[in-house]
Design a protein. Structure first.
Length: 279
């Protein structure tokens, strides 16, 4: 079985496993059997029945259930990253600011904060795991096996680092925007020519090129991301932020295991309360 076919079968089995996990859980042998049975009925995998046990062992060296769990974690991280990019990317924030450059509009516009980033990230993460909640204690027990701990830690660290990345950028961008508003209010943006042909058919989404250009120029003034070492000295803020986000995430996952409320409302409320205290 060549590498391309093996990879295609592996991906297809993991997709089937994710769909079947809410029904069979993660420790039942029925999960793998059901995934195999479902894939064998797929006309795109006509040679699937020729795959032997040795091939499956190579595809999932640490077992099929943990592979499904890690695929779920990877997808939940990706979903969170997409959501954070949509809400808190530099362009998304600056476009909103450009729409509110007039003083009377700016009063009604609130810049996003670190707190908003962490709340949205935790909410998205919890939402992506809700379908698997009844069996997630099984997933956690498998993650705690010595052979799986490094991989579980990696996915957690990736999520925490993504949250901190956007939190840092939002914090620094907010500082730059508040400084730039003084210049914007002075009328500097009026010096930038505005083409009459650039107006969108939808006036509600129209952003003046002049305002957008001015705000984006302010975003280039200072770096938006940080590093663990700054000027040869450890950046305590960098480590403190990651410690706080990791603490919130750990408590959310613990609460998630025992939360029986609808859509894990209690875990979400607890997360917001902790975030309001820490941030």
């Amino acid at each position: 079985m060549n590498a391309d076919v093996s990879n295609a079968i592996r991906i297809a089995l993991l997709k089937e496993g994710m769909l079947l996990a809410p029904t069979y859980g993660f420790k039942s042998e029925c999960l793998f059997a059901a995934a195999k049975r479902s894939l064998s009925l797929n006309s795109n995998f006509v040679h699937f029945n020729c795959v032997n046990s040795a091939n499956f062992a190579q595809l999932f060296p640490r077992g099929f259930p943990i592979a499904v769990i890690e695929n779920i974690l990877m997808k939940s991280n990706a979903d969170s990253l997409v959501h954070l990019e949509q809400c808190f990317s530099k362009n998304a924030i600056l476009n909103n600011v450009a729409k509110h450059t007039e003083p009377h509009k700016y009063v009604d516009f609130t810049l996003p904060s670190v707190k908003n980033v962490v709340v949205e990230a935790m909410d998205t993460k919890i939402c992506s795991l809700v379908p698997f909640a009844p069996h997630w204690f099984e997933a956690t027990s498998l993650e705690c096996l010595p052979s799986n701990v490094p991989h579980a830690a990696r996915y957690s660290i990736e999520f925490i680092d993504s949250v901190c990345y956007y939190a840092e950028r939002v914090k620094r961008l907010k500082q730059i925007i508040l400084s730039g508003k003084i210049v914007s209010d002075s009328g500097v943006s009026d010096f930038v020519s505005v083409s009459s042909n650039s107006r969108s058919l939808d006036d509600s989404s129209f952003i003046k090129p002049g305002a957008e250009t001015v705000w984006k120029s302010f975003a280039l003034v200072a770096p938006l991301s940080s590093a663990p070492v700054r000027g040869g000295i450890l950046d305590c803020e960098w480590y403190a932020l990651r410690f706080k986000v990791a603490s919130v995430f750990s408590l959310c996952m613990l609460s998630f295991l025992g939360d029986k409320s609808y859509n894990h409302k209690h875990t979400r409320e607890m997360a917001k309360s902790i975030i309001n205290t820490l941030f």
